[in-house]
Design a protein around this ligand. Structure first.
Ligand SMILES: [Zn+2]
Ligand SMILES: [Zn+2]
Length: 116
């Protein structure tokens, strides 16, 4: 007979008990039941409807990690887009504000000779 797979346990493993002894098999089943009970209480992701993990739910999240990752990518793209638009608006505003040839020269120096 095989021994219980827990290293600190010397009991014999029960048949069909995933190599646990009777005592640890009962404990394993209890934990599994508790796990399933917790699963039932977990809400679904508000984005895709998948079950949230307990860690995500305990952390106060309402979306699953997949949706969070997707959202981060989207946020980064939107921020980059916003930065580009803001830089362009600033450039056009500076051109509007240029009232003299010197202003125009410095505008050209500032915006046409740099890579930004
Ligand atoms: Zn055991
Ligand atoms: Zn999701």
């Amino acid at each position: 007979m095989a021994q219980c797979k827990l290293s600190n346990c010397r009991e014999e493993a029960v048949q069909g008990g995933k190599r646990y002894c009777a005592h640890h098999m009962a404990e394993y089943k209890r934990k599994q039941r508790e796990y399933l009970e917790v699963q039932k209480t977990l809400p679904n992701c508000i984005c895709c409807g998948e079950k949230l993990t307990k860690t995500a739910h305990d952390g106060g999240q309402t979306t699953c990690s997949d949706c969070i990752a997707k959202k981060e990518v989207l946020d980064r793209q939107l921020k980059r887009q916003a930065r580009i638009e803001a830089a362009f608006a600033e450039k056009m505003q500076a051109l509007d504000d240029a009232g003299s040839v010197d202003d125009l020269k410095s505008w050209i120096k500032r915006y046409m000779t740099s890579n930004t």
